[in-house]
Structures are given as structure tokens and as C-alpha cells.
Design a protein around this ligand. Structure first.
Ligand SMILES: Cc1ncc(COP(=O)(O)O)c(C=O)c1O
Length: 402
């Protein structure tokens, strides 16, 4: 073996943040811990029987063509379904030829957007707290993040408007408009319109990331930001609606941007799995399939969200403040008695339950008295046990403090 050291890494790797979540997940795998940390979709929601039937049919009827290389944009049957599905919610026609790119999960769309849009020093407006996967992948391209606070109605567009009026000139504004990760908040209707107006007035591009919109268990659906402006790249995915392991997502946007993302994707991975695309497209385009599937999975998440919210309310009372989730996979809580939730997280692991401290989602990575609990993976019974263990860990954390 040579004793000559390996060449150094590219300078940009110094900006790669390790994901606290992945580190914590490693820890929870090795012990008998109830994990509220991950946010993995419920395995009970995966339509395994339908997937098996459809994959047998595709392989026997179409053989080699469903496992061949395919076009970078995505297979036509999937792009047609996306165009129809999105067109209905956008309230305008989406052209499957020029406005859609199928990606390896919506995470890849974020990375491609970073690659083709973000130069060092460009201003990217994000919500604080924000989706860690977005912060991690945009960070690599050296933007200046501008954190705009949010509340239970999503990003404070009034704060954004004020900063724009004072000279802020972002290139991108990133929002998770439905059941935000980590806060669970949904961007209010008026704020969606306002954000779109600001984009049209100041010329920035909105990245609307929507993996959770289909998991709504209370209240009426809201029109996407993309329905109010065409300066939007709208991201979605089959990860939460069907199953994440296929890694099939997509983005819809202005033709010039989709064409550039397409070039970047060609260089990255040629195309998304042909078979996974055919399989999912053939499943979801069967008349009524998706509606039936949603009707069967949404109650699973509603029951779990309610079980966790009830158990936390009973266990913590006023010591934990949170809004009951209306959809998605996360409950975001503030613990006013704590200055940060780090020791609470460590004590929780000791007590046999894991969650992610709020600091992990802070754009400035400073301590926070918040925590993200995912109710997606555990059963209602397990969630009640998890809440009891959290209560015990909390008591250990505050023991001795006045
Ligand atoms: C807000 C947000 N965006 C994107 C993703 C990535 O999803 P996908 O599995 O489609 O890559 C996630 C996954 O948890 C997410 O929470």
C-alpha cells in the first residue's frame, strides 16, 4: 500500500453538513428505541399486493422495454399522468413535453436546482426552521441563506415583503407549503397569493416543495403557489403517497428551467429508473386507484397524529406547546421551560425514545427549545408508550432546575 496521502477533497466539501437525523437514526437502529426521529412512511401504507400484480404484468406484457434505458425527462406515460394530475390543481395546462422532469425523488430535484441556479453568494430565502435535506444540498453551492420566520400559517410573507422593500434580492425562495417538515405548518391561502405576487414583482423563482400535500386528514386542500404564478418550480414525489424506495419524484416549472435541469440530470444519472416509473405510472393511472389508496392510508396517519397529540397533551400539559397536525407526518413542539432540547434528546434515548431536537433544523444551527416528533412510523399504542417515556426523560432533564 502506498504511503503517499490521498489527494485533498474539493473545497466545496467543507460545506457538507452531516445530517443529525441520519446520525440519530443509526443510534436508534442498534437499541430497543421507539423512534419519533425519522419520518419514514408507515409500512402499512405500502400497496404491496397491487405493486406485485402490476410489476408481474409489466414484465410479462412488455418485457425488455420496461427495464431498458429511457429518456432523461421521464417515461411518457408518467409525464402524461403528472401533467393531468398537476394541471387539475394548478388550474392551467401543464405541457408534459416541456414543463416536467421526472427525478430520483424530489431530493434530486433540489440538488439539480442548486446546481443550475445557485452561484456562491446568491441569496436563497428559506423558512426557519427549514427542511434539513434542502439546507444540506443547497449549502454545497455556497448560497447566502436568508432565514424568514414562520408561524402556524407558514412563512411570514409580510416579513419577506418588508425585507424585499428594504433591498433584499433573492434568486430563490424555498417553501414547503403543505405540512412543512419540520413544523407541520401549512402556508395560508392569502400568503400563497402574496408570495406569488412578490415573485412576479421582484423576479425571484419560488421552489415549492410538496411531498406531503396528499396526506391531508383535516380541512380543505389549498391551491398550490404554482397556481398563482408561473415563476414556480413545483416539486412532488411518490415517496409519501405510494412508497419512498422507488425514488420517483418530479418537478414542474418554466420550460427554460426544466430544459437546464434536464441537462444537469443527464450528466448526473442519465434518467430515473425506467421500471419504477412504468410501475408507478401504470398503478396511479388506473381509474380511481389513487383516490382509493389515499382513502385507505390517510386514516392511518390521522389516527397516529391524534394518538401522539393526545398522549403529549396528557403527559406535558402546558409544558409542551404545539398545534395538532392536519396532515403530513410531523408534530412540532416547543418546550418553554427548556433553553434547548439537546439534553432532553439525550435523556430520551436513555429512556428508550428518540426525536430530533429543533437545533438540527435551525438555519444558523443555534440551540432551540423545540423538537420534531414524527408520528408516521409507530402504531398508536407505541406512540402512547413513547410519550410516557418522553415524560420520564423530561422529568430527568428538568430535575434540579428551579
Ligand atoms: C420537505 C421534503 N422535501 C423533499 C423530501 C425528499 O423526498 P423524496 O423521497 O421524494 O426524495 C423530503 C423527505 O422527507 C421532505 O421532507
Amino acid at each position: 500500500m502506498s504511503s503517499v496521502p490521498l489527494p485533498p477533497f474539493a473545497q466545496r466539501t467543507s460545506r457538507l453538513r452531516a445530517s443529525t437525523i441520519r446520525e440519530l437514526l443509526k443510534l436508534t437502529e442498534s437499541r430497543d428505541i421507539l423512534s419519533l426521529a425519522g419520518g419514514l412512511p408507515s409500512p402499512d401504507s405500502f400497496p404491496l399486493i397491487d405493486l406485485r400484480r402490476e410489476s408481474d404484468r409489466l414484465l410479462s406484457e412488455f418485457g425488455p422495454s420496461v427495464v431498458q434505458y429511457s429518456a432523461t425527462d421521464g417515461v411518457p406515460v408518467l409525464r402524461s399522468w403528472i401533467a393531468e394530475h398537476a394541471g387539475a390543481t394548478f388550474g392551467r395546462t401543464v405541457d408534459p413535453e416541456t414543463q416536467i422532469l421526472v427525478t430520483h425523488g424530489s431530493q434530486q430535484a433540489l440538488d439539480l436546482i442548486g446546481k443550475v441556479m445557485v452561484d456562491e453568494g446568491d441569496v436563497v430565502v428559506v423558512e426557519d426552521p427549514g427542511y434539513l435535506g434542502m439546507i444540506q444540498c443547497f449549502d454545497l453551492y455556497g448560497p447566502q441563506f436568508e432565514a424568514v420566520p414562520g408561524d402556524e400559517n407558514g412563512m411570514r410573507t409580510d416579513v419577506l415583503a418588508e425585507r424585499l422593500a428594504n433591498g433584499l434580492r433573492p434568486k430563490l425562495v424555498y417553501v414547503v407549503a403543505n405540512f412543512h417538515n419540520p413544523t407541520g405548518a401549512t402556508l395560508a391561502f392569502a400568503r400563497r397569493q402574496h408570495l406569488a405576487e412578490l415573485a412576479d414583482a421582484y423576479g425571484f423563482l419560488i421552489v415549492e416543495d410538496d411531498p406531503y400535500g396528499a396526506i391531508r386528514f383535516r380541512g380543505a386542500e389549498l391551491a398550490p403557489v404554482a397556481s398563482f404564478s408561473d415563476r414556480v418550480v413545483h416539486l412532488s414525489t411518490f415517496s409519501k403517497m405510494v412508497a419512498p424506495g422507488f425514488r420517483v419524484g418530479w418537478c414542474i416549472g418554466p420550460p427554460a428551467i426544466i430544459a437546464m435541469l434536464n441537462k444537469a440530470k443527464q450528466a448526473t444519472d442519465l434518467h430515473t429508473s425506467t421500471f419504477a416509473q412504468y410501475l408507478l405510472a401504470n398503478l396511479v393511472s388506473q381509474p380511481g386507484w389513487l383516490d382509493d389508496h389515499r382513502r385507505s392510508i390517510v386514516p392511518i396517519y390521522r389516527e397516529r397524529a391524534d394518538a401522539l397529540a393526545d398522549a403529549l397533551a396528557a403527559e406535558f400539559g402546558e409544558r409542551a406547546l404545539f398545534h395538532r397536525p392536519d396532515g403530513g407526518m410531523f408534530l412540532w413542539a416547543t418546550f418553554p421551560e427548556l433553553t434547548n432540547t439537546d439534553a432532553f434528546a439525550v435523556n430520551s434515548i436513555e429512556a428508550g425514545v428518540a426525536f430530533i431536537p429543533g437545533q438540527a433544523f435551525a438555519v444558523d444551527q443555534q440551540p432551540r427549545s423545540t423538537a420534531r416528533f414524527s408520528f408516521a412510523t409507530l402504531s398508536p399504542e407505541q406512540l402512547r408508550v413513547a410519550a410516557a417515556r418522553l415524560g420520564q426523560a423530561y422529568a430527568n432533564t428538568t430535575k434540579g432546575t428551579p
